[in-house]
Design a protein around this ligand. Structure first.
Ligand SMILES: [Ca+2]
Length: 185
């Protein structure tokens, strides 16, 4: 007695059922797997400037950032990302106009296409103006000593008051209030 044969339709239904179960299985086991992938090349983008064509802005939004290290707020200089090395007389796709010494500083994100702009991209831009940095593995190196801050500090982050564990890879959204807190180990 042979195996019962399945019609094409039955095969397709079976395959669809397996795919559906697999999809929910993956989603349950690895909830982060469908998160947006950060577009790290954003930090090299330049609006206007001497060496770049003006690409035109399609997306323009404003998350807010505040960084506190051992109880001291790290100042974000006004005009960070504007007229910097590699983007003279232009603006990086993430930049600052006015800054706040005690509250949140507004980041201006202006990109030609919809992009997933990670928090770390701003640190790569900030670094070129002498500010906090990322190391080569894209870990925070806010004190610029070449050692990942994850080895030196307990780091926590909130977005609009809710704990967030994406850190460098967090894809920023309009109106976010992002607070990054580092405490020496
Ligand atoms: Ca460090």
């Amino acid at each position: 007695m042979g195996m019962p044969s399945l019609s094409t339709e039955q095969w397709l239904l079976s395959a669809a059922a397996v795919a559906t179960v697999a999809f929910f299985g993956v989603a349950l086991l690895q909830p982060g797997i469908f998160d947006p992938e950060p577009d790290w090349e954003v930090s090299d983008g330049c609006l206007g400037g001497l060496q770049h064509e003006d690409v035109g802005i399609s997306f323009h939004y404003h998350p807010n950032l505040r960084v506190i290290m051992d109880g001291q707020q790290i100042p974000i200089d006004p005009n960070t990302g504007i007229d910097q090395i590699g983007c003279r007389e232009g603006m990086r796709w993430v930049h600052v106009h006015d800054s706040s010494e005690t509250g949140f500083t507004k980041l201006h994100i202006e990109t030609p296409d919809k992009m997933n702009v990670p928090l770390g991209a701003f640190f790569q831009i900030w670094d070129r103006d002498g500010g906090p940095s990322l190391d080569e593995d894209r870990n925070f190196d806010i004190d610029r000593n070449g050692i990942s801050d994850w080895e030196e500090y307990d780091i926590s982050m909130t977005v609009n008051g809710d704990s967030n564990d994406k850190f460098e890879e967090y894809v920023m959204l309009d109106y976010d209030d992002i607070e990054l807190i580092l405490v020496s180990k």
